[in-house]
Design a protein around this ligand. Structure first.
Ligand SMILES: CCCCC/C=C\C/C=C\C/C=C\C/C=C\C/C=C\CCC(=O)SCCNC(=O)CCNC(=O)[C@H](O)C(C)(C)COP(=O)(O)OP(=O)(O)OC[C@H]1O[C@@H](n2cnc3c(N)ncnc32)[C@H](O)[C@@H]1OP(=O)(O)O
Ligand SMILES: Cc1cc2nc3c(=O)[nH]c(=O)nc-3n(C[C@H](O)[C@H](O)[C@H](O)COP(=O)(O)OP(=O)(O)OC[C@H]3O[C@@H](n4cnc5c(N)ncnc54)[C@H](O)[C@@H]3O)c2cc1C
Length: 627
């Protein structure tokens, strides 16, 4: 109800206006709405922030920079920088990606050279490709960066380390000496975020600015390693875990709310020629587009909750010095981020397209969501690279499964029980336990298939790295299969353990079965190739999915209403709760800057001469009066 937080009509703003408006809203939200003493908003404020996140800036400051201080800083460094960052007295970003490198971190070129005489690090970008490029909040907002750079002492390289570097004056906000910084220009989305470039030349920082939880440099230049160096990649694991809820589940839920509500209102065409026009949601084709995406919201939400819990448990273990769970967590978080962002971004576009022409209007709120979700496939680990990281772990586990009983998310790789499917009816294929088994078997076969192909190539003399490269597509498929079995398995468990009404559990069970069956029907080649299903059982799987669409149709609007988005958060003429689509679209269009005058003077100057000429022609005068 606070008018300062009401969304302005963002679609009718320039990029710079949106950047300023996002900054105003963010600081107002954080400075006014949240208790000043802490950074961990709870209750309705956090729920609001999480839902309104799309129009906030400083997400990297909040979601990456601050958590990195906690992960990589010593207690003294945390005590120094956390309060400043939490209170926005310093604004930071995570500066890792460079113009020339993003995925291959060992190729990063920014150098931090230790100057023993002055006990300082000298930061340099030796060439244009070393320039930091993309970090959010860096172009115009941040006055500090957590710079990921190659540490060099006496000519020896020690790998990527994190350095706290001030880039702008805290009073004037001007760039400091040796700092060239700015915005990288218009992007597909994130209009309100100043993703930036940063060129550092001979910038000096104190030795104490090396974040030293995992390693440190003594005044005399001695390098001390203090922990598992893979923890240096830990911030990326945490962000991958966190962004699933915020940047995949939440936006997809918004898109589904808009598309399902609109499909219940939009009447177009006839099913029974003797009846009236139907809501497009009555078309099975429309249900087949929308309802599996609604199911994806729930299943991704349940799986993400499990991953967050796993990350929390792992973090407690790391505090005790136990990093044994890191490989599995890295593989799972990389795979989940890649596969769910792929599914989510594709799903948002499917539901946008299901809204016809009005789905192409920014007034629907859908293009904003689709374009923003596309970024999740690239940032925080490009999806292909992440899927291959997941596959690397799976291939290792498949080898280990030949001699050991595996546990955790890969346990099924050492399950050699009979996994053949005995389903005789489509009802059998709606059973959660059957769907879980089918996904486990498909994943196991996909991993073993990729591994076997590579082994055979190596046996025939192909170098292992070439075999890996040539089988990459099979490895990526194995990673997808692994994540799908994880999502289905964790969701079935979560729903079975949920204490809720029988009617709610029935709906959630149906949604889970719909998600699993849609996945089977979209990948039935694998399920048949690996002997998980016969061709006849694939027909039953399709029948089972169609049956669930029919069962869920009556509750479709109620299900998306349960996401509980306000109209202000949705910012959609198609998805508003009152369903007054046409009046809202017309009002929205009339507010467009193009319509502030009846005649658009700027363009009229070009049009006018032709208009006069046209009149002359019509009245028999003018150059070619034959007309
Ligand atoms: C203000 C109001 C807002 C309120 C809301 C508040 C907060 C918001 C909350 C949440 C929002 C969430 C996030 C914010 C939203 C969006 C985020 C926006 C921007 C994203 C920012 C970025 O993009 S940061 C840059 C990301 N970049 C990457 O991810 C780079 C990817 N590349 C790599 O990670 C690596 O290069 C590599 C892993 C691909 C290869 O590394 P390399 O060193 O070559 O390793 P390998 O040889 O392949 O493997 C060696 C070994 O290491 C293991 N390993 C690799 N990575 C990890 C890891 N991360 N952890 C653990 N272990 C790892 C790997 O498995 C190998 O192990 P084995 O040898 O045992 O097999
Ligand atoms: C909206 C947005 C926000 C961002 N915010 C930040 C930020 O705050 N901080 C930050 O540091 N970075 C940020 N980034 C950068 C982001 O992390 C990188 O873009 C990402 O890591 C991918 O790296 P790249 O762009 O160099 O692509 P590349 O790695 O060059 O990938 C290009 C293509 O090559 C393929 N490829 C690369 N390596 C392999 C491989 N080993 N095997 C097979 N195929 C491969 C990829 O699949 C891809 O198709 C952001 C990016 C975006 C889009």
């Amino acid at each position: 109800n606070d008018t300062s937080m009401q969304h302005r009509n963002l679609n009718h703003m320039t990029r710079e206006e949106r950047f300023s408006e996002a900054m105003r809203r963010t600081l107002y939200a954080l400075k006014v709405l949240l208790p000043r003493e802490g950074w961990t908003p709870v209750g309705p404020e956090m729920k609001y922030l999480a839902r309104a996140i799309k129009e906030f800036t400083f997400i990297i400051h909040a979601g990456v920079f601050i958590p990195c201080i906690m992960s990589y800083g010593t207690n003294e460094q945390i005590a120094k920088w956390f309060p400043l960052a939490a209170d926005f007295r310093i604004i930071g970003t995570y500066a890792q990606t460079e113009l020339g490198h993003g995925s291959f971190l060992r190729g990063l070129e920014t150098i931090a050279t230790y100057d023993r005489a002055n006990q300082e690090f000298i930061i340099n970008c030796p060439k244009i490709t070393a320039m930091k490029w993309w970090p959010g909040d860096m172009g115009k907002s941040a006055n500090h960066v957590l710079l990921m750079a190659e540490l060099v002492i006496d000519g020896k390289k020690y790998g990527m380390h994190g350095f706290m570097v001030q880039i702008r004056d805290l009073t004037t906000h001007e760039p400091l000496p040796g700092v060239t910084v700015g915005d990288i220009g218009a992007k597909l989305s994130f209009e309100s975020v100043d993703n930036g470039f940063l060129y550092l030349q001979n910038v000096r920082i104190p030795r104490e600015n090396l974040l030293s939880k995992l390693s440190e440099v003594h005044p005399d230049g001695t390098y001390i390693k203090k922990g598992n160096q893979r923890l240096m990649y830990g911030s990326m694991v945490r962000v991958r875990v966190n962004l699933i809820a915020h940047e995949i589940v939440m936006p997809l839920a918004k898109a589904c709310t808009i598309a399902v509500r609109y499909s219940a209102v939009r009447r177009q065409g006839l099913i029974n020629p003797s009846k009236e026009e139907v809501p497009v949601l009555d078309y099975v084709a429309q249900q087949h587009k929308l309802l599996p995406q609604v199911a994806t919201v729930f299943m991704a939400h349940f799986a993400a909750k499990q991953l967050v819990k796993m990350h929390h448990d792992y973090s407690l273990e790391v505090e005790k010095g136990n990093t044994s769970q890191l490989p599995e967590l890295h593989a799972l978080s990389a795979g989940m981020k890649a596969c769910l962002s792929e599914q989510g971004a594709a799903g948002a576009e499917i539901v946008r397209r299901a809204c016809g022409g009005h789905g192409y209007s920014c007034g629907s709120g859908l293009p904003f969501i689709v374009n923003r979700m596309l970024a999740t496939c690239t940032y925080e680990g490009e999806n292909t690279v992440m899927q291959l990281q997941c596959a690397r772990y799976l291939i290792k586990c498949a080898d280990q499964a030949k001699k050991d009983k595996l546990t955790g998310s890969v346990w099924y790789l050492s399950d050699f029980s009979n996994m053949s499917c005995t389903a005789q009816t489509f009802g059998d294929l709606q059973e959660p336990s059957v769907l879980v088994k089918l996904h486990e078997r498909r994943a196991k076969c996909a991993v073993q298939h990729a591994g076997k192909k590579m082994q055979n190539m190596v046996k025939n003399g192909t170098p292992a790295h070439d075999a890996w490269n040539m089988m990459a597509t099979l490895l990526i498929n194995a990673a997808r299969a692994h994540i799908m079995q994880y999502v289905v398995g964790t969701s079935v468990t979560y729903i079975s353990e949920l204490s809720c009404s029988a009617s709610l559990k029935k709906i959630l069970t149906q949604l889970c079965a719909l998600y699993a069956l849609h996945n089977i029907n979209s990948n039935c080649g694998d399920f048949v190739k690996f002997g998980c299903l016969t061709s006849a059982q694939c027909d039953l799987a399709q029948e089972a999915e169609f049956n669930l669409l029919k069962q869920l149709r009556p509750d479709a609007v109620g299900i998306v209403d349960s996401f509980d988005f306000t109209d202000d958060i949705l910012q959609s003429c198609l998805g508003a709760y009152d369903g007054n689509v046409y009046e809202r679209l017309f009002e929205w269009a009339k507010q467009a800057p193009m319509n502030k005058t009846e005649v658009h003077q700027d363009s009229y100057q070009y049009l006018q001469p032709y208009l006069h000429e046209g009149r002359d022609v019509l009245e028999g005068r003018g150059r070619n009066s034959k007309l």
